[in-house]
Structure formats: C-alpha cells, structure tokens
Design a protein around this ligand. Sequence first.
Ligand code: SF4
Length: 449
Amino acid sequence: MFDKKILMPHQYFYPHMDLIQDRCSGDASGIIEKIRNYNGKRKAMIYIHIPYCDSKCNFCGFDKQYNYETMDMYTDRLIQELEMYSSNIFEIESVHFGGGTPTLLNGDQLRRILGCIRKNYDLTDDMCVHMEGSCTSLYREDIIRFILEEKIARVSTGIQTFHRPLRDIFAQKATLEEVYLTLTTLKKNNIIVHGDILYGYPQFPEIGDETEAVLSDVREAIRMGLDGIDFSPVFPYSNNLERMMKECGAAVPSTEKMLVMMNKGKELMTATGYAHETCYCFVKRGKIIMESNYYGGINEMPDCIAVGSGSLGNVCGFKYRNHAFNRYMNCEFPGYLQLKELTDSEVENMRIIGWPKLFSLSKDLLTERSYEQIRPAMKLLISKGLVIEKEDSFVMSEDAKYYADNIYFMMLPEKERKVVEEQLKILVYESENVNCNENILWNSGNWRR
Ligand code: SF4
C-alpha cells in the first residue's frame, strides 16, 4: 500500500503548534487560572528541560547552551517555574529530566530540582524518575551517587554508534572509551540503562556498507547488556547533516534499504529477548512512559508540566512552548513563546491520533466522533492487511510497523494534515527503482528535491 516510507520530524506530535497563529500575546494567565479553579485530580508528568550540552553533534537540531556559569541561575528559574504550577490537583506519576544533557548539572543542582517537586506536588506511590545523560558525564561519581540515592528508575544515553569513523562524522564529544566506561559503570551499579542507536544516515563514503555498520552497532549494544535500545532513524534536516549532505551529494538510504536495516536490527533484538514496545523502543527492562504521554494510547491522558527553556507542555487543556534560553532567563513567568487553548476535539484526539507509534489502539479510547473520523483510514488499512481488528482493539501487523509514520500521518484530521504539510518538513525515502536515488523533502503540499 505504501511504496515510500516517510519520516515525520521527531519533535512533532499532535496537535501542531502554529508558529504564527499560536504565538503568545503575553496574556498567559489562562492556564494558571484553570489550575486554581479546577475541581478534582489530574494525572500528570513533569518534564524538566536542561539545555546545557558539551557536544555539537551534527545530527542534533536542539537549541543548546554552552555557558555553564549560568547553571545555578537556571536551576533557580526551574524551581521558580515548578512552584508556579504547584497545586494539589496534580498527581505526579513520573518525572523526566531531558535535554541537552541533564547530567552536566551537578548532583546538588539535580537534587534541588527533585527536592522542589517532592515538596510541592502530590506524588503517586510508584512515581518514577527518568533521566537522560551523556557518555561524557554519566560515569561521574556525583551523578552515580545521585542516581542511586534518589532511586532514578532509568537513565538513557545517546550512544548513537560504536564506530569511530561514524562518531567522527557525527562529531560526538564522548570518546568510544567514555562510552564503554559509562555503560560498564552503570551496569556495575545495577542501574537500568537505555541507549540510542541511529540508522538511516546519509551514505557518506567513509561509512562503507551502512547495513553492516548498523547491525554491528545493534550487536554491540546487545553485548553490552543494554536494558533498552532506542533504534531510530536520523532526521537529516535543520542540523549540520543537511549541509554535509549537500556538500558531498550524499543521500539517505532508499525505502527498501531502510526496511532491510529495520528488519534485520529487529530480528537481532527480538532473538535476544527485547520486546518491540513502540515505534523505536526495544526493551528488556525499564518502563516506557514518555511515549504514552506524547502519543496517547491511555484513557486519562496525563498532563505534561514541562519546565525550562523551549520546553513543550500541555496542562489543563492548553498546549504551550516556553521562550528560548535568553528570554526564559529574564522573563516573568509564565513565559510562553506559544500558547494554544485546545478544543474539546483536539483533547479527545490526543489520546488516539498517535496510536501508530504505539502499535495498537484500544477501542475503549474511541468515542463515536473520533471513531467516525478515523474509520475510513482504518477500513483501508484493514483491507490491506496492515491492521488487524480484534474484539477490543486494533493492532498493527508486523509489516505495517515499518510504516508507522505513514499511518500516523493518515490518522491526522484533514485540517491538521494540511498545516503539517505546509509548515513541517517530512522526509520521504526514495524507492530503489526510481533512477534518482535522492531523498525528498515534502512540504507545502509539493514534492520538492
Ligand atoms: S549530546 Fe545530545 S543534545 Fe548535545 S549535541 Fe549531541 S545529541 Fe544534541
């Protein structure tokens, strides 16, 4: 049914924040008022954004900060923002430190942030804390002590590749020796660790056979005993890879080659006990939480209280994005760059639209209206054998999992699809049987080379 695989930008999740229309006018009191007047309880997670980084990876499109002297002040700002949202209407189920590189903060700064959450919010008994960290810092003694003392449930780290030439192309700061030191230190301390492995990068001549390179990375990740492997494709736009691709005329692999890499990588992982839990996550140990929050698939979609520069949250039916670093450090809270009050149908859709990323959709989540909306696409997918209808759910076939983004795009309401087409870059992997083996960017409703 799909002759080309597509990739949506990693930072996109429904509903889209329009850069112009949803720009915040400055009147941002709506959320706070809603929190104060809300009767009852709301499940929530807290996302803490730490923008500091010591690397300049070529595939990275995040906004990063290298001025480490501001870290104490930034910690103060985070605490101030966390206090602003604090209310006993929230039941916090999880906390996620993301970035950037949260482990560039020291153990004391991280403790202050967590201490503020413990003091100001109601936490569920099994509330768990996840943290991202780099292989240049996760092995530090103060960080290991913080992880153990604060019972951090899982850490994830961006290995990306074990190949030295590829690490050089990616311009990763951590040396291979630091990667191994990090993994062995975490394992020695019995800390649950997930690691990222990339594939689908542009075919630079130094890499040789990409499929072989990727599979040897997966084998090495398995050999190192990772509890989870985040096996995901590179998005080579809005970052340095875009420029590098243009300079040497490299293209990303074809749709067919991508399928081979995904399939073989998956075979290796499932044969060694990893479960393919979501679009990118293969897991042996450790809970997956962020995915549900961003893509739905659960009855009571938890709010995401996101704090820190540039962070994207949704609270009490509002979606927002905070100001970038400089403005965030000096603004009066709430310091939103963008703010959107969601309609009832957007809130309802948030639970179901992203299901292709999670591979199944429980019928309990569907309302009459939302079922009507996705029924034509579902019928088509079922007729093509890509989705299997069960008594209580819709489940993706194994083949359909390769096309999770194609199906995700199909599920979007028509109005949203149009905005996404106009404003975002969607990567389309070219087919091998087309003469020009060049990847295509799709936006403005056109095919564009
Ligand atoms: S370490 Fe992470 S945040 Fe920093 S540049 Fe690399 S990918 Fe981006």
